[in-house]
Ligand binder design. Structure first.
Ligand code: GLU
Length: 420
């Protein structure tokens, strides 16, 4: 179990720790940047009551945290999950600020969440819930203020509902008010696979640097939602062998490799990876400790703890999830020589294509799939190389190098904006 405070307290402490060498107070005297950059600009907490199909009413907590907009409008996903808390949304919003700065896109950071067991709802209840959230938030979100996107348990379907509800509330068409939409509604080609694909781009760069050939490499993926599925698929395209995988309900393995496309179809049909033909059930923990070259944690926060870290056998970890590794585990992995491509870089492909979608929406001019993928690949490779060079020079982890570059950028923008 992770110790030492709430998720947000720990996220803030880590940010401040990485900011230390930058000496913000010395560089920008009197601006209180450390405090300004680690407390949210605006937090919205709402009570969302939903009428169920049988007439009963259920009441949920709903949040949107607009963390920082020094580099541009607030940007970040919307999560529907029974374990969502205000504290978690705050931490995720802080990480979005770092992430957008890491890949150098003109956005700040935000996050939204509803504490609901979304998978249990009927399709009509899901639509009502999503649209109600969008209407309650209608004056706080928009293309120039705060742009939501998919996150855990939300996808193109939810974004189309958001867009439609916002249009009804505000009385105008604004495609760029949300990203991750279906293509028919102004979504970008390549957005659905962007997080998983981008994760593999950065993972392969790290593999190249460390002399590991992806062809024939063994991989384990923890979490088989959007990010995990497309990361596994992209790894298999490079010749990687998926030997262990889990989702929220089960975990399976096959040492000669699982057919990723068939597994995606199985998951789509049954809702779970369990009972996939040719696989054997394993303990979910065994995915994180699998004897493999690449490990992709693609589920929720705090998956790799200090108890698990010593048992990790992967050579490279690429964090497709947000915050999957606790701070104590980070130190253990660093000392063991495990390369960790941090979340703020490894899963930034999603928000990068969200940015491309926003640009295309504002121009009403759409790019081909190839154009999207080429631009995404270049941006992530550039970010990876910049971070790797800094990490080598300063002899620090990729995470520390990523944070330092991002904090420098946000701090400069905040200082230039002035003290008020
Ligand atoms: N929810 C995703 C993330 O954590 C995507 C955010 C976005 O596209 O704005 O990065």
């Amino acid at each position: 179990m992770p110790s030492n405070g709430s998720l947000f307290d720990r996220a803030k402490a880590l940010f401040l720790h990485y900011a230390e060498p930058l000496q913000l107070n010395k560089r920008y005297p009197d601006l209180q940047l450390a405090e300004r950059l680690t407390s949210p600009d605006k937090s919205i907490t709402m009570r969302l009551s939903l009428q169920m199909d049988d007439g009963r009413v259920e009441v949920y907590d709903a949040f949107r945290v607009q963390f920082n907009d020094d580099l541009g409008p607030y940007k970040g996903g919307l999560r529907f999950h029974p374990q969502v808390t205000f504290d978690e949304v705050k931490a995720l919003a802080l990480w979005m600020c770092v992430k957008t700065a890491v890949v150098n896109i003109p956005f700040g950071g935000a996050k939204g969440g509803v504490t609901v067991d979304y998978k249990r709802l009927s399709i009509t209840e899901k639509e009502r819930l999503t649209k109600k959230f969008a209407i309650m938030m209608a004056n706080d979100i928009g293309p120039d203020t705060d742009i939501p996107a998919p996150d855990v348990n939300t996808g193109p379907r939810e974004m189309a509902w958001m867009s439609h509800a916002w249009r009804m509330a505000r009385g105008k068409y604004e495609r760029a008010m949300v990203t991750g939409k279906p293509v028919e509604h102004g979504g970008s080609l390549g957005r659905v696979e962007a997080t998983g694909y981008g994760c593999v781009v950065t993972l392969l760069e790290a593999a190249r640097d460390n002399g590991i050939d992806p062809a024939g490499a063994t991989c384990a993926v923890q979490g088989f939602g959007n990010a995990g599925q497309y990361a596994a698929l992209e790894l298999s395209r490079h010749g990687g062998r998926l030997i262990a995988v889990s989702d929220s309900r089960a975990a399976i393995a096959n040492s000669s490799g699982l057919d990723v496309e068939a597994l995606m179809r199985h998951k789509e049909k049954t809702g779970c990876v369990a009972d996939f033909p040719g696989s054997k059930p394993i303990d979910p923990m065994e995915v994180l400790t699998a004897n493999c070259d690449f490990l992709v944690p693609a589920a929720l926060e705090d998956a790799i703890t200090k108890e698990i870290a010593p048992q990790v056998r992967a050579k490279i970890i690429a964090e497709a999830a947000n915050g999957p590794t606790t701070r104590a585990a980070m130190d253990i992995l660093f000392n063991k020589g495990v390369i960790v491509v941090p979340d703020v870089l490894a899963n930034a492909g999603g928000v990068t294509v969200s940015y491309f979608e926003w640009v295309q929406n504002r121009q009403e001019y759409f790019w081909t799939h190839q154009e999207v993928i080429e631009r995404l690949t270049k941006r992530l490779m550039d970010a990876y190389r910049r971070i790797r060079d800094r990490a080598r020079e300063e002899r620090v982890s990729l995470r520390q190098a990523a944070y330092e570059g991002a904090i420098e950028r946000i701090a400069m923008a905040a200082a230039e904006r002035g003290a008020q």
